[in-house]
Design a protein around this ligand. Structure first.
Ligand code: ACO
Length: 337
């Protein structure tokens, strides 16, 4: 598959200088869900690996969650909000259609000089955002960029549809990207792809120009997530396997040289199937889908933050990133930590 490969030897290499994450306080377990729809802990855990997810409080906004994750990442990066050149937010659940959630986030943080925008690549939003940040840092056009993946999916899932409502959770993950202090370390490459022919298998159909908000759109639940789970599963396994091969190939890596897999966690079985095809043991992948469910664009940066804060990342280790979401859009990358 042809796509964008950002793998030239850069003049300045970009690196991740800080990571942060946030989940709302309220936990919804599989047993709680079994009281809402006809499902069970056993079914959900076996098919997806999910045991619980967090749900935002009434009145809590996407930008509020993004602020909390960002503050943690900025602290770790020893970066002041006013020193940020750009704020990029990957989300499909913005505070409102306009303006961008990134504008609210930058304002709430006090990132006065940053330009700010949202990008729509669903669960791949953070990988897309990271790749854009990498370009700005490598070119020297920016010194500090905040990349956030944040989703408040509990407000756009159909809580009567057991095939989707069991999957998602609310969360935010943040990364501060800047020049690497050591040119041998940092983001070695990123690889992005989109196949709009697959747009129908995972979508929120209502609320845009095709189906403007109306009583009919609401009645038909077009404003909520719809998904062909089997197709998403099939497509994700193939696309992610190819994307990780592409990333490893671009950097001359063989599976044995991968120290950590930092994956968007859509479903534990998707991850297992991809790593099996790549000959990378599951032990290399930090998993948290059991606690958070599928948190879409927040998933990859949250996973990296957990690894980072658990002290699992050592200088010189090779991290492989991967994520896929509605579009379908997907991406991969390699970071030398
Ligand atoms: N509890 C109990 N039964 C259920 C549930 C549930 N929560 N959901 C569906 N079922 C039933 C179905 O109704 C069906 O019943 P039937 O045989 O009587 O018709 C049966 O279980 C099997 O349904 P399938 O859809 O065939 O189940 P499948 O094994 O495909 O699992 C799942 C469904 C978990 C959604 C799977 O397809 C999947 O994980 N797909 C990937 C989707 C994904 O990860 N999406 C995340 C967003 S996309 C992203 O992040 C990339």
């Amino acid at each position: 598959m042809d796509g964008l490969c950002v793998c030239r030897a850069p003049v300045t290499r970009a690196h991740i200088l800080g990571t942060g994450s946030y989940v709302p306080e309220r936990v919804l377990t599989n047993d709680d869900l079994a009281k809402l729809v006809d499902t069970s802990d056993a079914w959900i855990a076996e098919r997806t690996g999910i045991r619980a997810r967090h749900v935002a409080a009434p009145g809590e906004l996407t930008s509020d969650m993004a602020v909390k994750a960002s503050v943690h990442a900025l602290e770790l990066a020893q970066t002041r909000p006013e020193d940020l050149d750009a704020v990029i937010v990957g989300t499909v659940t913005p505070d409102m259609p306009m303006p961008a959630t990134a504008a609210f986030l930058a304002h709430k943080l006090g990132a006065k000089k940053a330009f700010a925008f949202d990008l729509s690549a669903a669960c791949a939003g953070s990988v897309f955002g990271l790749s854009i940040a990498q370009q700005y840092i490598q070119s020297g056009a920016a010194k500090r960029i905040l990349v956030v993946g944040v989703e408040l999916l509990s407000r756009v899932v159909d809580w009567t549809d057991r095939s989707t409502c069991v999957l998602f959770g609310d969360a935010a993950g943040a990364l501060v990207v800047g020049p690497s202090p050591d040119p041998a370390r940092g983001i070695l490459s990123t690889h992005l792809h989109t196949d709009g022919a697959q747009a129908n298998i995972l979508a929120i159909r209502g609320g845009g120009s095709k189906h403007p908000q109306s009583a009919e759109v609401l009645a038909q639940k077009l404003h909520l997530v719809s998904m062909n789970g089997k197709e998403v599963f099939r497509f994700a396994v193939r696309a992610l396997t190819d994307a990780v091969k592409e990333a490893m190939g671009a950097n001359g890596l063989v599976p044995g040289q991968v120290d950590h897999v930092v994956a968007h966690q859509a479903n534990l079985r998707i991850l297992e199937a991809v790593l099996d095809r790549l000959d990378i043991p599951m032990a290399k992948a930090w998993t948290n889908i059991d606690r958070y469910g599928n948190t879409s664009s927040a998933s990859m940066p949250m996973t990296l933050d957990e690894l980072n804060r658990a002290g699992k990342l050592q200088q010189g280790q090779n991290l492989v990133l991967m994520a896929i979401g509605g579009g379908m859009s997907w991406g991969s990358g390699v970071i030398r930590w």
